[in-house]
Design a protein around this ligand. Structure first.
Ligand code: ARG
Length: 569
């Protein structure tokens, strides 16, 4: 059990002995350090509950606090302030130097299915596709770290207009391919295009189709044919999807994203009839389309019916999400589903989830959850664009940060530059609360000072170099020599709370904040003391042990955020 949690239970038992009960009791870092390192603000709520004087209750509690509690004092109207005995704190921290799990509050294991990534096949990833993999991947790692089982799926957008575009252009250029011969029987040839060539095909088709209604009609027809299950087109399209996946995977690799499943909307096709069978009792016709009502009695906002099949019999985004849920439920039966997409899809997911519960596609005690995120904006408050106002591709965004960093990196080291680039992007992306929009500022994000990825990595480089240079390898905190060391150690005790907050809110900003605070406190200590040349042996050993502990914590957190460390910069 973590230190604070253990002490909270200890105080809880004291309350029990005194005949009191409190729903949640928190030992908090003190806001007035001169009064003690910690505070308990429970006397006031107990006083209300038991109609007593809070000062009296505070006195009753403090009288029972054992030897490990020192400098105990009560401030009006009943705040209990205290510190812990130095050796008591050190014993715990020394144990956690050997066993990191003592700093982590694991919870009961759940199985979580995470849906993030969401790239669209045969289209380049753009800025808007960055937050989902960043947040999703970090949440997956955090959930694992806290004891959950996870399954992640990229849920590729592999159906849509882009399929019709590409195939119509290929048909024009290579009409003799068997994919275009309705009588063709047998195996299809392997298509040897490059991802770049696909891009070229798309641009050509798009240019022609927007100026030519007939061509656009053909694009629509091919797209519709794929939806209806045209085998020849699907055979060609699947190959094109796989080609485009090469470059999509490259970007996800750079972002350190791991997906257990690389499934897509196309994969859900086989489950559409089975899903419709489940929804059938609730479906009705409206203007030729098949819809399901998802309104509930206490709705305060408009909740339109969800279209499940379009007028022309075609499937849509929702059909595919519902069929995908059918298949996931059949295979994995997770306790919770976490979807990470842009805030703008919130209403949509609410509809899909309601339809799933209502029809029994998903049992009521399974949690279907959508976690929306804000937009990445430019300084004008609109979605971040290229200089000439075009869509900013994610690859270009990565390059742009690389250029910003390049002049600052020692010896122009390419590997360091790449890692720092991703650290810069990810840290900036995870730093703002999930739900809020933020302004993309390459210069600020890539700065080596302030709340940035480079500042955090710089601190890690410093920690590693200190540990390497020191000849002390047996890490033990012997004492707390000064207030700077105390501040660092107290900060580390907050770790479990920080992890739980991020987990509960599905927002990584608490972790990025904590990393910054810890790095800053450590650097303050570093600037005030000489670690390696310290003459008092016990003090020096303690300095190094603390350095190691800070490194362990930062290393763990960066790993959760999917940010790689560097050895120099
Ligand atoms: N491909 C979609 C997009 O670009 C995101 C997919 C999100 N996941 C889902 N199951 N619908 O907006």
């Amino acid at each position: 059990m973590t230190f604070i949690k253990e002490q909270e239970e200890y105080v809880n038992n004291i309350l029990k002995d005194l005949g009191y009960f409190l729903e949640d009791l928190n030992i908090l870092p003190s806001s007035k350090r001169e009064l003690g390192s910690f505070q308990l603000n429970i006397a006031m709520s107990l006083a209300k509950k038991y109609h007593k004087n809070p000062m009296e209750i505070a006195k009753e509690i403090t009288d029972k606090l054992g030897d490990n509690y020192i400098n105990v004092n009560i401030a009006s109207p009943g705040f209990i302030n205290f510190s812990f005995k130095e050796q008591f704190l050190l014993d715990y921290l020394n144990k956690s130097l050997k066993d990191f799990s003592l700093l982590v509050e694991k919870h009961e294991e759940k199985t979580i299915f995470l849906d993030y990534g969401g790239a669209n096949a045969a289209k380049a990833l753009h800025v808007g596709h960055m937050r989902s993999p960043n947040i999703g991947e970090a949440m997956r790692r955090l959930a694992n770290f806290l004891g959950d089982k996870t399954i992640s799926d990229v849920h590729l957008g592999d159906l849509g207009r882009q399929a019709g575009m590409l195939i119509s252009e290929i048909k024009l250029r290579e009409p003799d391919l068997p994919f275009f011969n309705p009588d063709y029987k047998g195996d299809y040839p392997k298509i040897e295009y490059t991802p770049e060539y696909l891009g070229e095909l798309y641009v050509a088709a798009n240019q022609k189709a927007i100026n030519d209604e007939k061509r656009m009609q053909e694009v629509r027809e091919i797209t519709a044919d794929i939806d209806k299950g045209n085998e020849r087109y699907i055979a060609l399209w699947k190959q094109l999807v796989n080609i485009s996946l090469v470059s999509i995977k490259e970007v996800y690799d750079k972002l350190n994203c791991h997906f257990d499943l690389w499934e897509g909307e196309l994969d859900s096709f086989k489950d559409v009839p089975k899903m419709l069978e489940v929804l059938k009792p609730y479906l009705y016709e409206s203007n030729g389309a098949l819809v399901i009502d998802v309104k509930e009695n206490n709705d305060t906002k408009e909740m339109p019916p969800l279209i499940v099949i379009k007028q022309d019999g075609a499937t849509i985004y929702a059909t595919r999400d519902l069929a995908t849920i059918y298949s996931r439920e059949k295979r994995f039966k997770p306790d919770e589903y976490w979807y990470f997409t842009d805030n703008r899809q919130s209403l949509y997911f609410e509809q899909v989830f309601r339809a799933s519960y209502k029809s029994g596609l998903v049992p009521k005690d399974t949690k279907l959850l959508h976690f929306g995120f804000g937009t990445i904006n430019g300084k004008d408050g609109k979605p971040y664009k290229t200089r000439d106002g075009g869509v900013m591709e994610l690859g270009s965004l990565i390059d742009l940060i690389g250029e910003e960093l390049a002049p600052k990196i020692k010896d122009n080291n390419e590997d360091v530059k790449e890692k720092l680039t991703i650290a810069t992007l990810k840290y900036a992306d995870l730093m703002s609360f999930r739900n809020t929009d933020y302004i993309f500022d390459p210069e600020k994000f890539a700065s080596f000072d302030g709340k940035t990825g480079p500042y955090i990595l710089y601190t890690v480089v410093r920690l590693k170099s200190l540990l390497k240079k020191s000849d002390i390898k047996n890490y033990e905190l012997k004492e707390i020599p000064n207030s700077e060391v105390l501040d660092v150690l107290l900060k580390i005790l907050e770790l479990p709370t920080v992890l739980n907050r991020s987990y509960n809110d599905k927002s990584l900003n608490y972790i990025t904040d904590f990393l910054f605070d810890l790095a800053s406190l450590f650097n303050k200590f570093y600037n005030n003391y000489h670690i390696l040349t310290e003459e008092n042996e016990n003090t020096k050993i303690s300095y190094i042990a603390m350095t190691k502990l800070v490194y362990n914590v930062m290393h763990t957190l960066l790993n959760i955020l999917a940010i790689d460390e560097v050895d120099m910069m």
